[in-house]
Design a protein around this ligand. Structure first.
Ligand code: BDP
Length: 681
C-alpha cells in the first residue's frame, strides 16, 4: 500500500516537472518572469501620473522590470511623439517620456521586451513614433460566436454571459494587443447583424470597452446599413431620409453615452449582398457622409470598405477603382476608405489594389487579412510579414516615384485627419489564441508593422521567435529563415506565377481549379480566374483584355502590360500565356508551372525536417503541435500540386517533367473530395 502511494507520488512529481516545461501558447510573446523581492528592492519605478493607463504601465514594470530605476513622465508638450515615447538616461536611471499615458504603456512593453531580448541599458536611448494613428483589428465574429473565416475556435466574446460574467481573456487580449501597439478593435463581423446596435448588445459592448480602455484600446463596431429599418422599425434606411438620419443620431448618442471614447463604425455596404445606400439610388459617399456627420460631434470615424464588386461582365479586379474614383473629394474628413491589399481578395499573391493613391482627396487605409482564409487556415505555417511588406512597399507612383502604399496611407504624402491600418484577426477561443502556434506571429507582425512599417520581416520574426520560443541562436536563425521562406512556399504549392482564386468553392481551403456551379456567379468560379484552355492559362488584364493594367500609373501600366517586362510572379495575373512561352529560366510555361508546384512541396518537406531538428529548443507540447500541423501542410501541398497539375495537364497536354515528383492522386478522385467545412455568414 505504502509502496503504491510512493509510486503515485513519484509519478505525480514527474508529471508536474514535465508539465511545468510544457507550454500551451496562451502567454503568447508575453512570457515575462516576475521580479523577485530582492530584485524589486534594487530598483524604483516612479510616476506622477494617476491616469489608469499610466498606472497600468507602472504595474507591468513593477511586476517584471529588473534592471534599473525608472521614471515615467508625461510631457504634454512632446507633441511630436504622438502615441509614442522616448527613453533616455537621467541621473538616477532611465526616463520614459510620453505625451500621453498610452505612450508610457507602449514604452513599458518596449522596455520589458528589450529586457527579455537581453539588451544592455547602460546607455540606452530611443524614440519610437507609430507609423499609423489607428492600428486596428477587425474581428469577423458573429453574435452566435461563430467566426467568419476564423480557424481558432469560437469567438472570444461570450455575448450570452455579458454584461454580467467577465472572461479573464478579455483583459489578456487587450494586454497582448497593447504590447504590440494595437489601439483599436472592431468587435463584430463586417457582415454585421443589426442586433449589435440594440441596447441589449450595446450594454455588453460597453463592458468590453471598459476593460480595453485601461490598455489604450478603443472599440469600434461593424454596422449593418439597414439597421434603421430592421431594428428601428423605419420604412427604409435611405441615407437621405430625415427619419433615418434621426435614428442614427439617436443611436450614436446612445453609444457615446455608454462608451465616451467609442472609435466609430466600419461599414460593408452594397457588397456581396449586404445592404447599402445604392439600394436607394444613393452613392457610397452619401451613405458614408450621413453616418460621418452624426459621428462628427463625438470625434468618431467611419471606415467605409471599398471591397465592392458585382457579377457583371467587368473584371472583378477593376471594380473598387471604378466605383470609388469618381467619388473622390466627396467624403467627409472623418471618413476613411478601407481598401484590401489586393484587388481580388486576400490571395497568396496579388498586385496591390490600383485604388491606392488613385483618389487624391480621400483618406485611404489598407486592410490585410491576418486570418489565413486563403492560406491553409490554421493548418499551414505561413508567416505573413513578407506579404504585408510587399504591398506596403509597392510604389503606386501616384504622387511621383516613391509613392508607396505605406506612404499614401500613413499621412506622409497626403495629410489626413487620422491615418489607419486594419488587419482581419486570426484570434479565437483556442488556448493558444490562433490555432497554429505560428499564427501568433502574424498577429504580432501586423501589430509591429502598424507601429513601424519600416521594420523588416526578418527583424520581426527574430523578435517574435525569441520572445515566444527560445533565444538560442541556432533556433532563431533557422526558424527565422523558415518563416521568411514560408510565404513564397505557399504561393508555390497553391498558386504560383500570379494564379489566383482557384480554391474550393465557399470554404477556400483546398484546390478546385475545375470548380463550377452552374447556378453560381462567374466571379466566384476558379475558371473565371485561371482561364485555362488548350492555348494557355491566365487572366488577360492587358490593354487587349480587361485593361485592368490601365488603372495603374506609369511606368507600372507599361511594365504589367508587356509580357516580357511583367514580373513573372504576377504573369498569370495580367496575361493569358501560351503553354510553350519561354520563361526567364528557359523552361516553357508548362514546365515552369510543374517546377513551382513541386518546389512548394519540397520546401514544406524541408520545413518538416528543419522543425524536427528544433526539438531540443522547444517544449514538448508546442513542438508536437507544430510537428503535426506540418504533416497536414505537407499532405495538403501534395494535394494542391497533384490537383492543379493533373487538371491543367488536361489543357496543356504535355508530360510532367521527369525530374519532378510523380502525382500520387487521381484527378477524378480529387474532384470528389468535399470537405465538411461550413462557412458561416
Ligand atoms: C471574403 C470572405 C468573406 C468576407 C469578404 C469581406 O470570403 O467571408 O465577408 O471577404 O471581406 O474574403 O467582406
Amino acid at each position: 500500500m505504502l509502496l503504491l502511494r510512493l509510486r503515485l507520488i513519484v509519478l505525480y512529481l514527474c508529471f508536474s516537472i514535465v508539465n511545468s516545461h510544457a507550454e500551451d501558447g496562451r502567454k503568447l510573446w508575453l512570457r515575462y518572469i516576475k521580479v523577485s523581492d530582492q530584485q524589486a528592492l534594487n530598483r524604483t519605478i516612479k510616476t506622477t501620473s494617476n491616469h489608469p493607463v499610466a498606472q497600468q504601465a507602472k504595474q507591468e514594470l513593477d511586476n517584471y522590470w529588473k534592471s534599473t530605476n525608472l521614471q515615467l513622465t508625461i510631457n504634454r508638450k512632446a507633441t511630436n511623439l504622438k502615441d509614442g515615447f522616448r527613453i533616455q538616461q537621467n541621473k538616477n536611471g532611465l526616463e520614459l517620456i510620453a505625451q500621453h499615458a498610452v505612450g508610457l504603456l507602449y514604452g513599458a512593453y518596449h522596455l520589458l521586451n528589450e529586457q527579455e531580448l537581453g539588451r544592455d541599458f547602460s546607455s540606452y536611448q530611443i524614440e519610437e513614433i507609430p507609423s499609423f494613428d489607428i492600428r486596428i483589428l477587425n474581428h469577423w465574429d458573429n453574435l452566435d460566436r461563430t467566426v467568419e473565416r476564423g480557424y481558432a475556435g469560437y469567438s472570444l466574446w461570450k455575448w450570452e454571459e455579458l454584461p454580467i460574467q467577465i472572461s479573464p481573456r478579455y483583459e489578456e487580449y487587450a494586454r497582448a494587443n497593447a504590447s504590440i501597439g494595437i489601439n483599436a478593435t472592431v468587435l463584430n463581423n463586417v457582415n454585421a447583424s443589426p442586433q449589435i446596435l440594440s441596447s441589449e448588445y450595446l450594454n455588453k459592448v460597453k463592458v468590453l470597452a471598459d476593460i480595453f480602455r485601461k490598455y489604450g484600446i478603443k472599440v469600434y463596431l461593424s454596422v449593418n446599413f439597414s439597421s434603421p429599418k430592421v431594428i428601428g422599425g423605419l420604412k427604409d434606411s435611405d441615407p437621405l431620409n430625415k427619419d433615418v438620419q434621426h435614428w442614427w443620431k439617436h443611436k450614436i448618442k446612445e453609444v457615446y453615452q455608454l462608451i465616451p471614447d467609442f472609435g466609430g463604425f466600419l461599414v460593408k455596404a452594397n457588397s456581396e449582398g449586404q445592404p447599402g445606400p445604392q439600394d436607394y439610388g444613393r452613392t457610397h459617399a452619401d451613405g458614408a457622409n450621413m453616418l460621418a456627420d452624426e459621428m462628427k460631434p463625438y470625434g468618431g470615424m467611419i471606415m467605409w470598405r471599398a471591397f465592392v464588386y458585382n457579377p457583371t461582365k467587368e473584371d472583378r479586379a477593376k471594380q473598387a477603382y471604378q466605383e470609388f474614383v469618381p467619388l473622390d473629394n466627396q467624403f467627409r474628413d472623418n471618413v476613411i476608405v478601407q481598401i484590401k491589399n489586393g484587388p481580388v481578395d486576400f490571395q497568396p499573391r496579388e498586385p496591390f489594389t490600383s485604388l491606392f493613391g488613385a483618389m487624391k482627396n480621400t483618406a485611404q487605409m489598407i486592410e490585410f487579412q491576418i486570418t489565413q482564409e486563403y492560406l491553409g487556415f490554421s493548418n499551414h505555417l505561413v508567416y505573413l510579414a513578407p506579404l504585408f511588406k510587399e504591398t506596403l512597399d509597392s510604389d503606386t507612383y501616384a504622387d511621383g516615384v516613391g509613392s508607396t502604399v505605406a506612404k499614401i496611407t500613413d499621412g506622409t504624402l497626403r495629410k489626413v485627419q487620422k491615418s489607419a491600418i486594419a488587419g482581419v484577426a486570426n484570434i479565437g477561443e483556442d488556448r493558444n489564441w490562433t490555432g497554429h502556434h505560428f499564427g501568433q506571429a502574424n498577429w504580432y507582425a501586423f501589430g509591429r508593422l502598424a507601429w513601424n512599417h519600416q521594420l523588416s520581416s526578418e527583424e520581426i520574426a527574430d523578435e517574435w521567435l525569441r520572445l515566444t520560443f527560445s533565444k538560442e541562436k541556432e533556433f532563431v536563425h533557422t526558424m527565422s529563415k523558415l518563416m521568411i521562406d514560408s510565404r513564397e512556399t505557399v504561393v508555390n504549392y497553391m498558386m504560383p506565377m500570379g494564379l489566383h482564386h482557384i480554391f474550393a468553392f465557399d470554404h477556400h481551403y483546398g484546390p478546385e481549379p475545375w470548380g463550377d456551379r452552374p447556378s453560381g456567379r462567374a466571379d466566384w468560379m476558379p475558371w473565371y480566374y485561371h482561364n485555362a484552355n488548350v492555348n494557355g492559362i491566365g487572366f488577360n488584364r492587358t490593354i487587349s483584355g480587361s485593361n485592368a493594367v490601365g488603372q495603374y500609373n506609369e511606368p507600372l501600366r507599361t511594365i504589367y502590360n508587356n509580357i516580357d517586362s511583367c514580373p513573372e510572379n504576377l504573369l498569370l495575373w495580367f496575361h493569358h500565356v501560351s503553354w510553350n512561352h519561354k520563361m526567364k529560366s528557359q523552361r516553357t510555361l508548362w514546365d515552369e508551372l510543374c517546377f513551382y508546384y513541386d518546389q512548394g512541396v519540397q520546401e514544406v518537406r524541408e520545413f518538416q525536417r528543419t522543425w524536427d531538428q528544433m526539438e531540443k529548443y522547444v517544449d514538448a507540447e508546442r513542438f508536437n503541435a507544430v510537428q503535426s500541423k506540418l504533416k497536414i501542410q505537407s499532405k495538403d501541398a501534395v494535394w494542391w500540386k497533384d490537383a492543379c497539375l493533373l487538371y491543367f495537364q488536361t489543357f496543356s497536354r504535355q508530360p510532367i517533367p521527369y525530374s519532378i515528383e510523380r502525382p500520387i492522386h487521381e484527378l477524378e478522385e480529387m474532384k470528389k473530395i468535399k470537405l465538411p467545412l461550413k462557412h458561416h455568414n
